[in-house]
Design a protein around this ligand. Structure first.
Ligand SMILES: [Zn+2]
Ligand SMILES: [Zn+2]
Length: 491
């Protein structure tokens, strides 16, 4: 999920003040539009400066040092934050939504209005990618990537990657809301509206996400050859079905894989172009096995259920933080400043929800990644008790035997794949990722399982226990929220 886009959406639509709409005078309208585009220009100048500076440094010294790479990624992140701060100023200081509504007049379609409200952010992102392109090109060149993309194509690729997946969902959501509030105003006003909409959205996303992905990301089927044969053989051996294995063209900029869709008819496994070019077939098979693991253990379905059940938890949390929130807001003078009260409430709600997801979802997600890692090791392990010598189960098509345990070589192949993916993506080994945990710890965990089938069984039953307990708590939370009427807090 592209985090900056989510923040931008929250800035644009999360903090809307519900006051009556007053159109702006024409002169003021022009001034605010000019100021907004001035900011967009500033962002593009800053990113062009950074892109030019980094590419010039690389050109002068003939290579990209580690320090330069680190400095660049830090600056790029600061630029991302600057874009969000600018967008926040545009939305709240210059009341951009009011500008848009004044310009469009009454009775406009919500989707158009929302698209225009988001436009400054999208523009700033586009110009920043455009500006950073020379630096990205020079830094990628160091990784032995031969094929480079042109500037326009690079911007298109980034846009499709970050916006392509989220925006179609939002358009469907916003059109749906429009339809519901026009056709069934009573339903739109009821306490059930939000849970109902989220359920519907979840279903839609589950069914449509493969379609969106194919629209959003440039993909093509993996051509026939030894690699495809190996992966198909492995899939069949492990009882995994999907509608296709796709190469995801990222202009050699991403080394990654993913699986999408819970139903086999609408399920794709995506392997990026750089992953296929830089890893050997065994390592690709290990990554492929990791993705199969997510499906075999039904992680996607569980996450769907998790988000739905979390509505109950959030409703109860909302009920619980209401009284202290009111007290805090009064202490800070919220009674005389309604905007301040709104901001305090928004920040607190965001913090509570954020903390809940960070702790609970983060923990479940890291366990699931480990489970998929174990599955990936198993997918490339052999059935020999005395490995090495290792026996490649997917070399000759047609042999259907399947390993049930982990072998030392299988673990090594998977660890190498993980190491290569991390190095090629420029990740630090010790850095902990919220959803995946650090690479070093993932590898250490897998190496700890070598020759210990009982440790694997212990780990698997631990994950099953976690799943059951979290599910039970979520179901209880939903039931309590419905029974006590706390569900009203979701509105
Ligand atoms: Zn994974
Ligand atoms: Zn082996």
């Amino acid at each position: 999920m592209p985090l900056p886009l989510l923040f931008a959406l929250f800035l644009a639509f999360g903090l809307e003040s519900a006051g009556p709409f007053a159109p702006l005078p024409n002169a003021e309208l022009g001034r605010r539009v000019t100021a907004t585009f001035g900011l967009v220009t500033l962002v593009s100048l800053a990113s062009m400066g950074l892109g030019f500076w980094v590419s010039a440094r690389v050109a002068r010294s003939g290579h990209a040092s580690q320090a330069l790479r680190r400095g660049y990624s830090r600056c790029a992140r600061i630029l991302e934050i600057l874009i969000l701060v600018s967008f926040s100023a545009i939305i709240h200081q210059w009341e951009w939504p009011r500008v848009v509504r004044t310009a469009l007049g009454r009775g406009s379609v919500t989707v158009v209005e929302e698209a225009l409200i988001l436009l400054p952010f999208v523009l700033m992102q586009l110009v920043s990618w455009w500006g950073l392109y020379p630096a990205e090109k020079k830094l990628r060149a160091g990784f032995g990537v031969t094929r480079t993309t042109g500037r326009g194509r690079y911007v298109m690729l980034r846009a499709r990657q970050t916006l392509g997946l989220v925006l179609p969902v939002l358009v469907v959501f916003s059109l749906g809301q429009d339809l519901v509030s026009r056709q069934w105003p009573a339903l739109a006003a009821s306490a059930w509206a939000l849970p109902f909409e989220v359920c519907l959205m979840g279903l839609l996303v589950l069914v449509l996400s493969p379609v969106f992905i194919r629209l959003a990301w440039p993909t093509r089927p993996l051509p026939h050859g030894p690699l495809r044969e190996r992966l198909e053989h492995q899939a069949q051996r492990l009882g995994f079905r999907c509608s296709d294995i796709l190469i995801w063209d990222t202009g050699q900029s991403v080394v990654n894989a993913c699986v999408t869709g819970s139903l086999p008819r609408f399920r794709y496994v995506l392997l990026t172009d750089a992953l296929i070019d830089c890893l050997n077939d065994h390592e690709i098979a290990a990554v492929f096995g990791h993705e199969i693991g997510h499906i075999a253990h039904r992680h996607l379905l569980y996450f769907g259920f998790f988000f739905l059940g979390s509505l109950g938890v959030l409703a109860l949390l909302g009920e619980a933080i209401d009284p202290p929130l009111l007290a805090l807001s009064n202490v800070l003078g919220g009674q005389s400043h309604p905007i301040l009260a709104t901001i305090i409430q928004a920040v607190m709600v965001l913090l509570t929800a954020g903390l809940y997801f960070l702790v609970v979802f983060g923990h479940v997600s890291r366990r699931f990644e480990r489970q998929a890692d174990v599955f990936g090791c198993r997918a490339v392990s052999c059935d020999r008790a005395e490995c090495p010598p290792h026996h490649d189960l997917d070399r000759q098509p047609g042999r259907g035997s399947s390993a049930t345990g982990l072998c030392p070589v299988g673990i090594r192949i998977f660890a190498n794949a993980l190491t290569n993916v991390a190095t090629l993506n420029g990740m630090e080994f010790q850095t902990r990722s919220w959803r995946h945990g650090s690479i070093a710890r993932r590898i250490a965990f897998l190496e700890g399982l070598e020759g210990k089938p009982e440790a694997v069984i212990r780990f698997q039953s631990g994950v099953s226990r976690l799943r059951a307990v979290v599910a039970l708590v979520l179901v209880l939370a939903v039931l309590i929220a419905l029974a006590t009427g706390s569900v009203e807090h979701l509105r």
